[in-house]
Design a protein around this ligand. Sequence first.
Ligand code: BMA
Length: 816
Amino acid sequence: MKQIKFNHDWYLRNNSEEEQYKVNLPASVIHTLLEEELIPDPFYRDNEDQALMLSANDYVFLKEFEMDGALLSHENIQLKFHGIDTIAKIEINDQTIGSTDNMHRIYEFDVKSILCEGTNKLKVTLYSPVDYVQEKNRENQLPGVHHAVEGFQHLRKSHSMFGWDWGPKIPDLGIWRDVELIAWNDNRIQDVYVSQKHSPKQRKVEVTISTELVTEDRFVDKTVILTSPCGKQVKKAFEQSETSLFIEEPQIWWPAGYGEQPLYQVEVLISKNNRLLDKVQKHIGLRTIEVRHEPDQWGKSFEFIVNGFPLFMKGANYIPEDNLLPRLSKERTKQVIEDSVAANFNMIRVWGGGHYPEDYFYDLCDKNGIIVWQDFMFACSVYPMTEAFHQNVEQEAIDQIKRIRHHASLGIWCGNNEVEEAMEYWGWPDRKDWRDNYITLFEKTLKDIVAEYDPQTFYWPSSPSSGGGFIDPKNPDVGDVHYWEVWHGQKPFTEYRKYHFRFCSEFGFQAFPGLQTVESFTILEDRNIFSRIMEKHQKNDDANGKILYYLSENFLYPKDFSTLLYTSQLLQAEAIKYGVEHWRRNLGRCMGSLYWQLNDCWPVASWSSVDYFGRWKALHYFAKKFYDPILLSIEEQMHEASIYVTNDHLNGITGRVEWKLRNNKSDILQKGTIDIEVEALTAKALTHLDLSDEINEVTRYETYLEATLYIDGSPYSQSMVLFSKPKHFKFLNPHMSIAVEEDDDHYMLNVKAHAFTKYVEIQSTVDLPLSDNYFDLSANETKQITVKKNKMPAAMTKQTIENSLETRSVYHISAD
Ligand code: BMA
């Protein structure tokens, strides 16, 4: 079999213009025009609007390729498109070979009869997605979200490319994944499916491999080679479509924080008369992942059981990494996954309004132990359930399940994002046909397809859901929940503590990105959060005002623009921490927290913890701490406090907690020590402190509680809480200092304050990968932050780092 990549030497032009541009795949219209410097950066200021207008045209991709006699002599020749975005007519030598209307599908066309020896011409005409959805919307107007181009749900194209409450309206067009020519004789492997049977008592895993060939042929020889992570091979020939192998002493795959991620390679080869026809390779991990959804004393659970253990899932929601798809790359995704692991995630939810990520995304999740919650690509709308639409999405689901199902990291398939909830609660017309269509697609068709093609992975109809059928999808005690009363409902952070969700798969709070990122899309006069350009980079209605409202509740009025950006990040970090710590204190009842949202697709004010340029907001540093497998947390109220330790490990821990009640100069008012023992997978309240002797209506504005957890005699983590809003606390000038040291591998930044302060930010003119930031400091204590030298540009020295540093903290919000 010959597989020839057709990714190079294409030409792209506007369908009504002559001028053409040379491109390599993946390529898109807007990305190409930008590369050619024909349009300004669509992410700068308000250039987004011009980019949207470009999507109203049709475009042509052209490629010439040579066929020689040997290649042409194959019995079968197909052209395979791994991703066309989206509405296309495909021609070879002026004859139409097919058309496409779904960017989430993989298309294959028979082209043998059309090809000729010598030069062949391949032409892909892409039609305006905007015209298409607008026309469909005129014929059949369906409810959806107002921040996207109306009618977006008529087209199987990433919804958020049409605009979202964090994304620009730039519905680009292009060929976004590989194109290849496949020439073959006799037979070919359509697909390989790997399933596993675990018998833990015997330390044995049975791996079953089923092979799907184009035609069944008893003269085709099939072989499977299973290679263990240490390179040991087992080879087996088989005759039927299926065979099983036993792995004795299996090396088990674990999510991050629980063990290693050993991967086995499965290779299936088919041959005839000793001639190799085809081979397929996949990497698998030996593990079980189940979802338990059973009645219990609180309602109905929703928990992931991994290798037999109920594990608390920690992570965030993932959106497309760029609005311009040719910019996606393995390097960028690797950074996103590494940032996730660094913040102690063990799960990422691929949200249903974008696209199904690249293979390398799942490979990276496999290698790093990140369990993937995979939505099907449906979000926040009613869909046009014609017969053609239904068939189209059926095929999409089959394509994607077959592509993704073998991955160790795949934890769950979910029908859609918020469609069940929206139809029940968002005030849309209550139409029986829409409800029936919903049930057909999400509670029957997709469910049946998952049961047929990936029976070992759990299917959940919608997120959030209580199990389906429009039965109370927002029930806080059943299934998963999206909780938005804090933020969209403008309720205080304390509201989070009223709920013990079984699994909170969305909740979020917005913040501005840092100044460097804001500078990337503004000029000086734009740098006011109510300017037209700042509002252009804020897609959630009046959200800048909402940030100010929450700010007024918690912090003093910021002295300048940069401080306002900083303070917005503190609000976001505190809000999410408030929820997560509470749910982790209720481990067992609540079994998952995925905040909204991990990343951005352009520079914008949003709910992300890592911005478009990969810069960590304060929230991401906070996540590293509030998702630590061993969490020390304090639940404070008026003049009382309870100290908790949550242990996510599979073994018990022992240690010591020291607490100190201190004033704003950090003088100790009261203190205590607790020896602790916390069993595996439990949260424990260690002590309840009544501090009313020290905290009264005068002292509450200058008293804080500090707790330090020691494990094996060394400090492991620290937590500090105030008993008043930070805006009312009498912070003294901390007069911070920072001194830099170095060893062979690190720079060490030693930060010290002369009075108690919170949210110490180390600022630098260069992007420093800091081990911590936005931390609290008691007076005269030193906090050491490290920076790995191998993550820094080689030109950086101790001196240049020192010169680039500045610090600020809560005190500096209003004071100099
Ligand atoms: C959720 C998501 C997104 C949205 C976010 C913020 O409900 O599913 O659709 O971007 O809220 O509003």
